[in-house]
Write a protein that binds this ligand. Structure first.
Ligand code: CA2
Length: 143
């Protein structure tokens, strides 16, 4: 089975080091470890980038090599039609994840372009949302 792609957008490399009251104290390396544990034998490609171009290129890589995508697009969620267009080219399941509940926040965080393509959206479960996303994606892949 092709790997699942877990893609993370801008600033998430700082996870666990800033705004712990919103995002918690777990680092992205620890999130990666919990995703790999949740995926078991299923292979995982886990990436973070601060660049919109690189994120789109990673979606293109997933189109060629991946079985499913979990994506926390961070600020590109609300701005990037190019990212939405790339995700629309992917034929497998896509889960959008946010650590915080974006709908509890200011109105600029309420309209997600990525949600127009995502098969499911997880928001507000903290970093546990990643594990939930992996288990849910594997279930969608088995269905
Ligand atoms: O809750 C999420 O996962 C977000 O996607 C995180 C994004 C934010 O722009 C979204 O609205 C919600 C990135 C937040 C800024 O980056 C930080 C990274 C680590 C720690 C604190 C902030």
């Amino acid at each position: 089975m092709k790997p699942i792609y877990i893609l993370n957008g801008p600033n998430l490399n700082r996870l666990g080091k800033r705004e712990p009251h919103i995002y918690g104290t777990t680092t992205l390396a620890e999130v990666e470890a919990s995703c790999r544990a949740a995926a078991g034998e299923h292979s995982v490609v886990f990436r973070q980038t601060n660049s919109e171009e690189t994120l789109i290129n990673l979606v293109h890589e997933a189109i060629d090599e991946g079985s499913g995508i979990i994506i926390n697009p961070a600020a590109f969620t609300f701005t990037s039609l190019a990212l939405l267009d790339a995700l629309k080219m992917f034929e497998g399941p896509v889960i959008e994840i946010h650590i915080s509940n974006i709908h509890k926040r200011e109105p600029i965080y309420h309209r997600s372009y990525v949600s127009m393509r995502a098969d499911a959206v997880i928001a507000g479960l903290g970093v546990y949302g990643y594990e939930a996303a992996v288990l849910s994606l594997l279930r969608l892949l088995r269905a």
